[in-house]
Design a protein around this ligand. Structure first.
Ligand code: ADP
Ligand code: MG
Length: 696
């Protein structure tokens, strides 16, 4: 009998702070702690001592290798394994892991995209340990979270800028908090909880769908209405196989010290959700990347394929990743929590207004940061927020903010005589979550939930941008407030600043139905950007305003931003290209022959009958017309794809794909759907949605 409780194993594969405290000499632990708070750099003897302890700990748990685990600009994570083994005296193997190997890795990283940041003559990239995110063991490998930079120091990954944005927001938020308080705080942490949605389907069927294998989504396929109706019946309870999968996922994540809870999700058939407990953003993003990987690998072990694509099935609700974000001081105060005392509420209003300003000013970048080509199929499809960024504060807070904004004479007098009255939020219910699921950016009681993010995305970019833009607003505010010395003046001035922000940026506030047609018109009237196509949002990263903002906050320089734009455009082109090639291949080699077979079947039947029959004739006419349409659409797409090469310019190619080719992918898909509907089960060469959803 197995007597260990799963919780007993919590964190056994994580080189956590607790473990460090236990196995490191106290002065070494203290030095590490100061380094994580950015108060001092790690020196070599400290690194050596940590490396040794880490290796001993890892080898006791069966690890034989270590890797500098990093987040390249495309893909999610990358790693290169090195073993601890080295030849010792008399050629006996010994294990070694120095502080140098812990802190810095070097390698030919030319296979990772750099957007031109790494000239070919200097292809080396360096990985550096991120000592704020704990190392962990997976499959006998000690994984050390690292950043990745070029020889010249430009960032080649997503973690380095994230850490810079963490510093930026901490710096600015700390300034504001300390303006209001006698007791100084040292840091403010951006805290993030990421809800991850995903689909599970039978692995064998997955392997029969080339579109799923190559592109992550079905390029054709329909959902019979009956299947949708029966959904409740089939998916009301979790099938045993899925239950077993979830238990193993939870167990593995718990061992890695991740507080995970997998859940059944009713939104779509075979769709589920996993939400770990929130954490410091840097760790939360790492954990989310681990979670995505664990989901995929455990799925395979249980005979499933885990689909992380934003819209794996046409016509079925897709998957997102909700980014819950808040700011918490090092002494545990959540700055987005409306307090009980009025002066706390002024601080709360100030932070909320800074966020409102940031989101309105940089809406296009936020839209970009949440997306990829795949997310275009989800946003605005009445299942996820539209491609318009707006903020839902909830009705009660909107009224408070509106009063503050109007500052009409009655209120103004009140504010002047009794500056805190307006900030009395005690009547605002704390929990306003679950009221409005249609908003892309919703205040949910003590945090903001950004719901636009696509399920396949790394949450780094989202949070780099969110942290940076809010830091930028906070910086401006702190500059203004630092002209005042007395707390009463600071409080009064704060409300003035809020009022000015609201007068300029209230257009971004919207607490009603974000899926409605009415909102599209209303948003247009308000002048809010609506960018249905992800591609069109990419250049927002290098808009003059954005570049200045990132440079001011020390997050990216212009060269780094340009490199990222190049890579995103390239990535977009690749995604579309793979879809086109897959669809052309499947059409020619599978769908067209299947249709011909069906035609043959009816032609034979007609012939056998020896006379014409109205049903056969009608059926044959229809099938032949489909054949015509399919053949046409196939050649049109093929030709259009070839014509993209008329231009050499990468951006022009991408825009051409977006305008001309993508609609053709979808119309060819529509024709294939008609084929699926028209032909017999026997002749249809792929598992249908029904087959996939019912095979759990
Ligand atoms: P939902 O109602 O959207 O399902 P949940 O209550 O399940 O939301 O929480 C979603 C996520 O938000 C979880 O990962 C949770 O840990 C996280 N979360 C809770 N409080 C905070 C906070 N203050 N800051 C950031 N994330 C938080
Ligand atoms: Mg949510």
């Amino acid at each position: 009998m197995n007597t260990t409780h799963p919780f007993d194993e919590f964190g056994i594969n994580l080189f956590s702070e607790q473990v460090m405290k236990e196995c490191l000499p106290h002065p070494i632990y203290t030095k590490w702690k100061t380094a994580t708070n950015k108060e001092d750099a790690l020196d070599r003897p400290t690194a050596d001592a940590i490396a040794h302890a880490m290796k001993t700990w890892a080898m006791e748990k069966g690890a034989t290798h270590f890797t500098h685990w990093f987040q390249p600009l495309t893909g999610s994570t990358a790693e290169k394994h090195d073993s601890f083994i080295e030849p010792g005296e008399y050629n006996q193997p010994i294990s070694r892991f120095s502080g140098k190997s812990l802190i810095k890795g070097e390698g030919d990283a030319s296979s990772f995209p750099s957007g031109g940041l790494r000239a070919t003559f200097e292809a080396r990239g360096y990985t550096y340990w991120d000592c704020t995110s704990p190392a962990f063991i997976r499959d006998h490998v000690l994984c050390i979270p690292t950043i990745f930079v070029s020889y010249n120091g430009e960032t080649l990954d997503k973690k380095a800028p994230l850490l810079k944005s963490v510093e930026a927001i901490s710096r600015q938020a700390t300034r504001i908090v300390n303006l209001f308080k006698d007791k100084d705080i040292k840091r403010v942490h951006a805290m993030v909880g990421l809800e991850q949605e995903y689909f599970l389907i039978d692995n064998q069927m997955y392997h029969e769908r080339k579109d799923l294998i190559h592109t992550g989504r079905t390029l054709f396929g329909t959902m019979p209405p009956k299947s949708m109706d029966l959904r409740g019946h089939y998916f009301g309870s979790i099938p045993t196989r899925v239950q077993a999968f979830m238990e193993d996922v939870d167990k593995e994540l718990w061992r890695l010290g991740i507080y995970a809870k997998t859940e059944h999700n009713e939104a779509a058939p075979c769709q589920f959700e996993l939400a770990p407990l929130f954490n410091e953003v840097n760790i939360a993003v790492d954990q989310n990347l681990i979670i995505m990987d664990v989901l995929k690998k455990q799925a395979e072990k249980h005979g499933f394929a885990c689909l992380l694509h934003e819209k794996p099935f046409r016509g079925v609700n897709g998957s997102g990743k909700h980014n819950n974000w808040s700011l918490v001081t090092d002494d545990g105060q959540n700055l987005l929590e409306p307090g009980d005392r009025p002066h706390e509420n002024i601080r709360f209003l100030l932070f909320v207004c800074a966020i409102i300003e940031a989101v309105d000013k940089h809406a296009e970048m936020l839209r970009m940061a949440a997306s990829c080509y795949g997310n275009d199929y989800r946003l605005g499809a009445h299942e996820a927020p539209p491609a318009i960024v707006s903020i839902c504060m909830g009705d009660e807070l909107e009224i408070v903010l509106d009063k503050l904004r109007r500052g009409d004479s009655e209120l103004k007098n009140k504010v002047e005589t009794q500056p805190y009255e307006i900030a009395n939020l005690s009547y605002v219910p704390k929990d306003t979550s679950d009221r409005n699921r249609t908003s892309p950016f919703a205040f949910t009681g003590n945090k903001f939930e950004f719901r636009m993010v696509g399920s396949s995305r790394s949450a780094s970019t989202t949070n780099i941008i969110l942290n940076s833009i809010v830091a930028d607003s906070l910086c401006r505010i702190a500059d203004e407030l630092s002209n005042y010395k007395y707390i009463d003046d600071i409080r009064k001035k704060s409300l003035d600043i809020c009022r000015a922000i609201l007068q300029k940026h209230s257009r971004v506030l919207f607490s009603k139905d974000g899926y409605s047609e009415k909102w599209l018109h209303e948003a247009k009237k308000r002048g809010l950007p609506n960018i249905p196509h992800y591609l069109h949002s990419i250049d927002s990263l290098i808009a003059e305003e954005s570049v200045k903002m990132f440079e001011r906050n020390g997050v990216y320089n212009k060269t780094e931003l340009e490199a990222r734009v190049d890579i995103l455009i390239e990535e977009y082109r690749k995604s579309v290209k793979v879809e086109v090639l897959t669809l052309l291949d499947v059409s020619k080699k599978d769908i067209l022959p299947a249709l011909v077979k069906e035609i043959q079947f009816y032609a034979d039947a007609q012939n056998a009958l020896g006379k014409t029959n109205a049903y056969f004739t009608r059926k044959l006419d229809y099938l032949l017309s489909l054949l015509d349409k399919l053949d046409n659409a196939y050649h049109t797409l093929k030709k259009a794809m070839e014509e993209r090469n008329k231009t050499k310019n990468s951006r022009e190619k991408a825009y051409y794909l977006d305008e001309v080719v993508v609609p053709m992918i979808n119309s060819l898909g529509d024709i294939i759907d008609k084929v699926e509907e028209a032909i017999s089960r026997e002749n249809y060469p792929f598992p249908t949605y029904d087959d996939m959803f019912l095979a759990m």
